[in-house]
Design a protein around this ligand. Structure first.
Ligand SMILES: Cc1cc2nc3c(=O)[nH]c(=O)nc-3n(C[C@H](O)[C@H](O)[C@H](O)COP(=O)(O)OP(=O)(O)OC[C@H]3O[C@@H](n4cnc5c(N)ncnc54)[C@H](O)[C@@H]3O)c2cc1C
Length: 292
């Protein structure tokens, strides 16, 4: 198993900001996870990282050990009466999975086009887009926790808005794979649907900038982006961090941004939205280490 001392979180996250963890482990197998568990006991607080596309890391020296699964990116499909079962490794990147499912005529994931994370991160976040959440397609999730590999059926999983839970969940768990149930469709139509979703995102979101997607969750019944825009935050800048001029809920690192600037901008936005609308925005991005 590969490991490094003192990795930079700015290199490991799509926002491109953050300080240094104590170490990073790249487990490739369940046996490696066991070794990681033994090693982190003495090393520091663990954080499981996928592609880092929903992660905002703090600056400086962090009391953190990063566990970045490096499992083989396998995808295996089997046909059943009620659809197609697709077993996918947690390290598989969503764009790779979507390319596979569309080209094989397996339907359901099209709306998730353009989400740049791993399958593990997508499950942990219950990632969603254009009305589809990945949780709605999950039949089973395999989780490694405390030395045991648990195969958790859908009936025991709870997916909420950007949240995922299972019974007896500890703070440190690693999703190793998931079983999805997909429908059937025509490959050309599924490929076109994905392209159409991606084109819409390109027009509305700064997908080529350094960001972590939407910073805030949508409060019940409204869009955080609209609230931010109405509160005057669209394009607002602080040092190297800014709210996008294309989509106010995307905070981007314009170059030399820092986490300190990101947090200051987040607080400014929360205050402005509260003053204007009386609503409290909560972050969708995972802040690491968590703020007290
Ligand atoms: C340009 C852009 C567009 C985006 N669009 C969308 C969108 O449309 N919809 C949407 O929902 N999100 C979107 N996102 C956010 C992000 O891509 C998704 O949340 C994605 O699913 C996160 O995956 P990741 O592997 O990068 O997770 P990370 O950021 O690495 O981790 C996120 C969380 O998942 C946990 N985690 C990751 N892997 C595992 C694992 N194997 N086991 C246990 N826990 C794990 C982490 O501990 C953390 O809590 C976007 C981001 C960007 C940059």
């Amino acid at each position: 198993m590969r490991e490094e001392r003192h990795p930079s979180l700015s290199r490991l996250t799509t926002l491109g900001i953050g300080g240094y963890a104590k170490a990073i482990f790249y487990p490739e197998t369940v046996e490696d996870l066991q070794t990681v568990q033994e090693r982190i006991a003495e090393a520091g607080r663990p954080y499981v990282l996928g592609r880092g596309s929903n992660t905002l890391a703090q600056d400086g020296e962090l009391d953190l050990v990063v566990v970045k699964p490096a499992f083989a990116e396998t995808i295996a499909a089997s046909s059943e009466d009620d659809g197609v079962r697709v077993r996918v490794s947690a390290s598989c990147m969503l764009p790779k999975l979507l390319a596979y499912t569309a080209s094989h005529g397996y339907a359901g994931l099209e709306a998730l086009a353009g989400i740049p994370g791993t399958l593990g991160g997508a499950i942990a976040m219950n990632a969603g887009s254009f009305g589809t959440e990945i949780g709605s397609l999950v039949s089973e999730v395999t989780v490694w926790q405390n030395g045991t590999l648990l195969r958790i059926p859908r009936s025991d999983l709870s997916f909420g808005y950007r949240s995922f839970r299972f019974p007896h969940q500890d703070a440190f768990f690693v999703i190793t794979e998931a079983l999805l149930t997909l429908g059937r469709g025509k490959a050309e139509e599924l490929v076109s649907a994905q392209k159409a979703h991606l084109a819409t995102k390109r027009n509305r979101q700064p997908i080529t900038e350094k960001s972590a997607g939407c910073v805030f969750k949508n409060p019940e019944g409204c869009f955080a982006g609209k609230l931010l825009e109405e509160a005057g935050l669209k394009g607002a800048r602080l040092g190297g961090m800014a709210f996008s001029t294309l989509h106010a809920n995307f905070m981007i690192n314009t170059g030399q941004g820092t986490a300190q600037e990101a947090f200051a901008l987040i607080e400014k936005a929360k205050d402005a939205v509260y003053a204007k609308h009386g609503l409290v925005l909560t972050p969708e991005v995972r802040i690491v280490p968590c703020l007290p």
